[in-house]
Write a protein of this length. Structure first.
Length: 251
């Protein structure tokens, strides 16, 4: 089965209103194709202006959510609030939230299940630290992070998951996993899904790569088991459109 490619732009904690206008104008001027699903994730404050400004088939994602429906949870947004605002996607498990904000596998799993139950597609991030890569623990770490969500998801739920493999040592550092390293990990993740969930889920699951992706290296990273990209810094630049073009041509 051919998997539809997926490219996400994670804008993180960046952007003034002027920047948002520039970025939406850039996106509105782009070309889009049926074989690539495109999504951007602005800051919470910029989500609605971006949704209103976009005139092209580009989805908008939240960068986080909470697992409770409502209540005294200052600073949090529930999945109900996201859905009510018209959102269809949320990024969960990003390494910056795991390592800076100390989110645990269990917390991320609860958020993931809540988001899927609310109808959102989850861009579920996993990845290893540099020392874990160097000591041969890449698969062990990634499988542990995957197992946390597997424990709470049904087979049907996996249709609403896009897995983003982002080696932590490659995020925002300029370092990039080689195409061989990335393909090896993606292949291992697909094999894990076949064994732990089902062969059907493994065949259909989109597994994308993130970590200093640019137009210049996107082509070499379009390997058999890499179904697209989660882009950080380059998604704030015109180079994002080059990544979309390469993905369309290669996938």
């Amino acid at each position: 089965m051919a998997r539809k490619a997926f490219v996400g732009g994670n804008w993180k904690c960046n952007g003034s209103m002027a920047d948002i206008q520039r970025l939406t104008e850039m996106l509105n001027a782009g070309e889009y194709h049926d074989n690539v699903e495109v999504v951007v994730a602005p800051t919470m404050l910029h989500i609605l202006p971006v949704m209103q400004a976009l005139k092209v088939p580009v989805g908008v994602s939240a960068q986080n959510c909470y697992f409770e429906k409502s209540g005294a949870f200052t600073g949090e947004l529930s999945t109900e609030i996201l859905v009510d605002a018209g959102l269809k996607y949320v990024i969960l498990g990003h390494s910056e939230r795991r390592h800076i904000l100390k989110e645990t596998d269990e917390m991320i799993a609860k958020k993931t299940k809540k988001a899927i139950d609310s109808g959102l597609t989850v861009i579920f991030c996993i990845g290893e630290l540099k020392e874990e890569r160097e000591t041969g623990k890449t698969e062990e770490v990634c499988f542990r992070q995957m197992e946390a969500v597997r424990a709470v998801l049904s087979e049907e739920d996996w249709k609403k998951v896009v897995v983003a493999y982002e080696p932590v040592w490659a995020i925002g550092t300029g370092l990039v996993a080689t195409p061989e390293q990335a393909q090896e990990t993606h292949k291992a993740l697909r094999a894990w899904a076949a064994e732990k969930v089902s062969k059907t889920v493994a065949e259909e699951l989109r597994i994308i790569y993130g970590g200093s992706v640019k137009g210049a290296n996107a082509e070499s990273l379009c390997t058999e088991d890499i179904d697209g990209f989660l882009v950080g810094g380059a998604s704030l630049q015109p180079d994002f459109m080059n990544i979309l073009k390469v993905t369309h041509e290669k996938k």
